[in-house]
Design a protein around this ligand. Structure first.
Ligand code: GLN
Length: 440
């Protein structure tokens, strides 16, 4: 059932019961949920990534360090959805603190892909994507710092939308990299994503980076948006992209051309630098944002003979491998001796990347790439962190430049879904959703 259908469904109590039934049936295999809410009240069943606070429910961030933390307040997006008649069925699985691309870094074990249980659901919002794809919930929220809404949506064959930076309040989202993080919907259709956006977007006094901008996200839904000029990144066909994904991308180009759009394949050489840039900036922000988990204020506390020992034990045991790696990288790149060589340089390259996309949008309405260079891989098959990092090449630019970007399902390779990504200029969210809806 889509969100549009659910909104018109007479008994919201029945919807919640149906959702709980599917969760009981499916989640033993999928592990999409860390916490199931047995008393969600009545409303439209939604899954919420477990780094977004819902008062009275645990917020674990899939980390041992927060395993016993219960949220004391609602995130702004939750407050708005509650008012709009949504019921929160539980907290969905993620990579620890949203750092990862497969949910294999969750302290609660990986989520499984509904299309193939041996494979990952993607990440970091893998639980949210699996929950929507399997029908456990009607819609879900994820967070996207470098692709974490779009990539799991692609792996699970659903829609994932990262809004323009600043449109959705981050108040109540546990910060990963604050200049990149954005909350957004994972849904079955593009229209549903636009419907969720109409509820969750808006200026918020609790998040100074939110902007005052009236956008009707459903404005172009169902309208014919042809005659667009589309740039497809030439890098969509570079080595490292699976052959099957190149084939789907070529078919997507033909498909949108047939609809009356003009497509050029455009070289975006800056894509060579996006992974390196992101993996300096994001860990730098991590090292600062995660300093608050010190064993004193909240969460896990392992006592020591001195305060320093308490910190070391709590953080050394509470954080998993990938989170510790990023804290160390960030601490290093921000240190006085290396600041200029790494962090400052990365900030400059970030500006170049933003500029490149701004230039592209002077000639093109949208930029298209596959969402990820690969389809869902087998659980446990990747061990080198660099391999994970390189998978983010197509999703990272939208975060670095603050752009809206959507992943929509487009065909399969074997039995595995493929996602196409469409990016637009800042604040073109309504038009982007309209175009995505048209080609969906
Ligand atoms: N895969 C990316 C990372 O590991 C993106 C994560 C995200 O968007 N939260 O940082």
């Amino acid at each position: 059932m889509t969100l549009k259908e659910a909104l018109a469904y007479p008994s919201k109590e029945e919807l919640v019961q149906l959702s709980l039934g599917v969760i009981d049936e499916e989640d033993k295999r999928l592990n999409a949920f860390i916490t199931v809410n047995r008393a969600p009240g009545k409303g439209i069943p939604m899954g919420i990534k477990d780094n977004i606070n819902i008062q009275g429910l645990p917020t674990t961030c899939a980390s041992k360090i927060l395993a016993n933390y219960v949220a004391t307040f609602d995130a702004t997006v939750i407050r708005k959805l509650r008012k709009a008649g949504f019921a929160f069925m539980g907290k969905t699985n993620l990579d620890e603190f949203a750092m990862g691309a497969s949910t294999e870094y969750s302290a609660f074990g990986p989520s499984r892909n509904p299309h193939d249980l041996e494979r990952v659901a993607g990440g970091s919002s893998g639980g949210s994507a699996a929950a929507v794809a399997s029908g456990e919930v009607i819609a879900a929220l994820g967070s996207d710092t470098g692709g974490s809404i779009r990539q799991p949506a692609a792996f699970c064959g659903v829609v994932g939308f990262k809004p323009t930076y600043g449109l959705v309040s981050r108040y109540g989202l546990v910060a990963f990299a604050s200049s990149l993080d954005q909350i957004g919907p994972i849904t079955k259709t593009v229209e549903d994503a636009a419907l969720v956006m109409n509820i969750i977007a808006g200026k918020d006094e609790h998040d100074a980076t939110t902007v005052d901008r009236e956008i009707n996200f459903t404005e172009f839904i169902g309208k014919t948006l042809d005659g667009m000029k589309i740039a497809v990144a030439k890098q969509s066909f570079s080595e490292g992209v699976e052959d099957g994904i190149k084939e789907r991308t070529n078919e997507f180009i033909k498909f949108i051309e047939r609809l009356g759009n003009k497509v050029d394949v455009v070289d975006i050489p800056e894509l060579r630098y996006v992974v390196a840039t992101y993996y300096i900036i994001a860990p730098a922000e991590v090292s600062s944002n995660l300093a608050r988990f010190d064993g004193v204020k909240y969460g896990l506390r392992l006592s020591g003979k001195s305060l320093r020992e308490l910190y070391e034990k709590t953080r050394g045991n509470g954080f998993g491998e990938e989170v510790r790696r990023r804290i160390l990288i960030g601490t290093f790149t921000l240190s006085a001796a290396y600041y200029d060589a790494y962090f400052e340089k990365a900030q400059k390259v970030r500006r170049l990347i933003s500029k490149k996309f701004a230039e592209l949008f002077e000639s093109y309405d949208f930029v298209v790439t596959p969402t990820a260079p690969v389809t869902a891989f087998k659980v446990g098959s990747v061990s080198d962190p660099m391999v994970y990092y390189l998978m983010d090449i197509f999703t990272i630019p939208a975060n670095l430049a603050g752009l809206p970007a959507i992943s929509i399902p487009f065909g399969k390779v074997d039995h595995l879904p493929v996602g196409m990504q469409i990016m637009g200029p800042r604040f073109s969210d309504a038009k982007l959703l309209g175009f995505a809806d048209h080609v969906f």
